[in-house]
Write a protein that binds this ligand. Structure first.
Ligand code: ADP
Ligand code: ASP
Ligand code: MG
Length: 819
């Protein structure tokens, strides 16, 4: 004998019911003995609650809802039953039954009250209607089915809404009934009866429980819970997109998952199954051939440590504290005794080792009563001031990682807290079951989905990790970066287990957001069509509110306004990658503050492309320092624009023409003086100095300019060009005097102990910078280890393609560090 149960979502529409009839026909044809339990049609229990509540408030709109309820069932009869006689009989039967419901609701409307007892009776119409109709449809399909109202066989106490089962009585009744009824019994889930025939219910989601009670009574060989997902998944698929089916788990694991919020199995279901060692299969109605999940006593010592992740969306945390609790036995007993007496269910308990405080989580609706119960129990101590009034914190969630094998593996809790920390999620309280089957953490409700996703990525490595990118600036660098990400995403997903989703994008006019990822093949159109004007504060606010795991902000601009938001962004535990030099080269204290905030929040503030574009300059420097080397000197040609200009000088072409051409090719800033004056190079050596640990400010860098003062002072860029054109002879002489000695011009930045200088030098063939060509950059590190032959990084140091690639690589590095 097998017991099958189909949930509300599986019977929400007539065509879904047709699918189930096909499944059951196959069982019957195969000669399987089975009985089948049905929930109410999807949403019906909620509808019934709503109509009773309206009626109890004296709101006559309940009538409309009732009519929809009745129509929905009649429509299903019309669609599913083609046999006229059966159809009429069923429709008639339902009309009679629904007439009773109508009168009942009218009664509620008149007395303005729906007691729990009445409510259970109202709710019973959901399961009674669905199961009856489906039993008729099965008969039509040739399965000898018989409708069974579970109130005849499942006996409970009178705790309406959540009745306690009288097991022995129930099992006896089940046996007796099935002995006398050989046909396929089609049973109402969820409902039962108490003494005197009063209708009770087993708690929301209780049809699963009905199935396992039947299975226990019948000593069935299996229970199959058919639902709308492919088994028990590693996490709730509505919150964690990447959740996947757990093929096998133990009763204990399933119990923990369901107690910690995995709605797929109603928690009490597992006990009768476990006691009778009946395996439970969770299957998908929409994919009947998929094996789903098997829950049994078989454990798998070689399996993953963490089997699944669950959460309870809304809890309140009560804390009892005070000096009078230290070393006094019986405190916990009194707290939990008082809660038990008040019939309050405790979800989680933690006690600090100091014994000064005990916290426990309860349903928010129980929090006030819990506080009163505990305060009454400790009235004497509270009056004497040795125990404090109970503190109640609300809007919290519990997330739990679950798995039998956790106890064999050290370091699990460490990984859990690291993943939460890196995502800026604060743990309000922590508890570990003594059986080490779960570790649960109380966090702010706002962080629940983010925490689930971050933990899923941490513990289920077979899956890929998603990085959520917020990108500002889509000019040359930004646009190229988007193209590169789009091209590389498949590779990253397959080979690196990483997916990059751009969820926020802005240019200087507009912004767009798409939590599921912006389509990178048409980001330009999306930005043009966007109706949201750019507002950085709003952009940053959205990043915070979306609260996505592994969020990274990418600033592809040179804008100081954007840099002014870095502090807020890092403080929200969002990492930053940027080629923008403003934040790193402005005040030293500001630079240091940003780094400190990033450290404190466990996120990254990265700016490799500030120096040498895509060349690994800053990371090389960091690696040297981290591995214990000491930097004695850094020399570098750090400006691609100046390299290009000096490499093009030939004594024939006028200097002004070369600069003009460089500008037109995008090799210089719009105002070339920023490059020619050495200002840009000064910022770069400043950044390198800071990375080395020398706390310089911009004014500490000595810049020996080579531009005549008049050129620097020119009012406009055009005036500037006029001046340098007039001064052709001066520039020519600069070149010639070097050339006569067989030398070339280079703008060289130097950091020697704590002195930073920038200036144009004429260098000969014996100098490493002599051979540079095109827009090459070259950085020479002299260190304790690289004393005789310095370490050199050399290559193209400007251009959108290499800079964007540098930012891209940095994003991936940040991603790798995030959990
Ligand atoms: P039914 O109507 O079949 O009883 P439920 O809605 O009660 O279905 O339970 C199935 C739902 O449980 C799924 O649609 C899913 O959203 C939710 N759920 C929560 N956690 C999990 C999990 N870990 N695995 C599978 N489903 C889960
Ligand atoms: N119909 C009931 C509910 O919605 C029972 C169930 O679906 O299991 O809670
Ligand atoms: Mg359910």
């Amino acid at each position: 004998m097998k017991v099958l149960k189909f949930g509300g979502s599986s019977v929400a529409q007539p065509d879904r019911i047709r699918g189930i009839v096909e499944i059951l026909k196959d069982y019957y044809a195969a000669g399987d003995h089975f009985t089948v339990v049905f929930s109410a049609f999807g949403g019906v229990t909620d509808n019934l609650i709503e109509m009773s509540e309206l009626a109890a408030r004296g709101d006559d709109r309940y009538g409309q809802l009732f009519q929809e309820f009745a129509d929905r069932h009649q429509l299903a009869i019309g669609e599913l039953l083609t046999n006229e006689k059966l159809q009429q009989e069923t429709a008639h039967q339902m009309r009679r039954s629904h007439e009773v419901l109508k009168n009942l609701l009218y009664g509620i409307f008149l007395v303005r009250e729906a007691s729990p007892r009445t409510m259970d009776y109202v709710l019973s119409f959901g399961e009674r209607s669905s199961s009856y109709i489906i039993s008729q449809v099965l008969q039509q399909a040739g399965v000898p089915a018989e409708f069974l109202d579970a109130r005849r066989i499942i006996k409970t106490d009178k705790t309406f809404g959540n009745a306690k089962v009288a097991f022995e009585k129930t099992y006896a009744k089940i046996k007796e009934h099935y002995r006398e009824h050989p046909k396929v019994q089609v049973v109402t889930g969820f409902i039962a009866s108490a003494k005197g025939g009063l209708t009770t219910t087993l708690g929301r989601g209780g049809s699963d429980y009905t199935a396992s009670l039947l299975a226990a009574g019948l000593k069935a060989q299996a229970i199959e819970i058919w639902t709308d997902v492919s088994g028990v998944l590693t996490a709730d698929p509505r919150r964690v997109e990447k959740a996947f089916t757990i093929p096998k788990m133990t009763y204990a694991e399933a119990m923990e998952m369901s107690h910690f919020g995995a709605k797929v199995i109603y928690p009490p279901t597992l006990m009768p199954a476990l006691q009778n060692r009946i395996p439970l299969y969770i299957k998908n109605t929409f994919q009947p051939d998929f094996p789903g999940t098997k829950v049994s006593e078989e454990s798998d010592p070689d399996g993953e440590a963490v089997r699944g992740i669950s959460s309870i969306n809304n809890v309140a945390l009560c804390t009892v504290s005070g000096t009078g609790m230290f070393g006094v036995p019986g405190i916990a007993g009194r707290i939990f005794g008082s809660l038990a007496a008040a019939n309050i269910n405790v979800i989680l308990i933690t006690q600090g080792s100091s014994e000064h405080a005990i916290s426990f989580a309860v349903q928010p609706s129980d929090a006030e009563r819990a506080r009163e119960a505990v305060e009454a129990a400790f009235a004497f101590e509270i009056a004497r001031g040795v125990v404090n009034a109970v503190k109640v914190e609300r809007d919290l969630s519990v997330v739990a990682i679950i798995g039998e094998n956790m106890r064999y593996q050290p370091g699990i809790a460490g990984r859990l807290f690291r993943a939460l920390g890196k995502n800026g999620i604060n743990a309000v309280a922590i508890a570990q079951g003594s059986s080490e089957l779960n570790v649960s953490v109380v966090i702010s409700r706002e962080d629940e989905t983010k925490a689930l996703n971050a933990l899923h990525e941490t513990f289920f490595l077979s899956d890929y990790k998603t990085l959520h990118l917020f990108i500002v600036g889509v000019g040359l660098i930004g646009g190229t970066l988007l193209k590169q990400i789009d091209q590389q995403n498949d590779y990253l997903r397959e080979r690196r287990g990483m997916e990059l989703k751009v969820v926020g994008l802005a240019n200087s006019k507009k912004m767009i957001f798409a939590p599921s990822g912006i389509d990178l093949s048409r980001w330009k159109e999306s930005l043009v069509q966007s109706s949201i004007p750019i507002d950085l504060a709003v952009f940053v606010g959205r990043m915070r509110d979306l609260n996505l795991s592994n969020s990274i902000f990418v600033d592809n601009t040179a804008d100081s306004k954007i840099a002014s938001f870095y502090e807020t962004i890092l403080d929200e535990s969002i990492s930053i990658s940027t080629p923008n030099k403003i934040a790193t080269s402005s005040g030293y204290l500001q630079y240091q503050r940003l780094k400190n905030i990033a450290d404190k929040r466990g996120v990254q503030f990265r700016y490799e492309t500030n120096v040498g574009a895509g060349l690994p300059v800053i990371s090389t420097l960091r690696d040297l320092i981290d591995s214990g080397d000491r930097i004695t000197k850094i020399e570098g040609v750090l400006s691609g624009s100046l390299s290009y200009i000096f490499n093009t000088l030939d004594g024939i072409l006028p200097f002004s023409d070369i600069v003009r051409e460089a500008r037109e090719k995008g090799f210089t800033e719009p105002d070339p003086r920023i490059d020619l004056s050495g200002k840009d190079v000064a910022r770069k050596i400043l950044i390198l100095a800071r990375e080395t640990g020398v706390p310089l400010n911009a004014e500490d860098v000595h810049v020996n300019g080579f531009l005549p003062e008049e050129a620097m002072a020119a009012a406009s860029v055009e005036d500037f060009f006029n001046v340098i054109e007039d001064q052709a002879a001066y520039f020519n002489e600069l070149y010639e005097s070097a050339s006569r000695e067989g030398k070339v011009l280079r703008m060289i930045a130097t950091l020697d102990s704590d002195q930073a200088t920038v200036g144009v030098q004429a260098v000969g063939p014996d100098n490493p910078f002599y051979t540079l060509s095109g827009s090459d950059n070259m950085i020479v590190f002299t260190t304790d280890r690289y004393r005789v032959r310095p370490l050199v990084v050399r290559g193209p140091g400007a251009g959108a393609e290499v800079t964007a690639a540098g930012v891209f690589a940095e994003i991936i590095q940040i991603g790798s560090s995030l959990s």
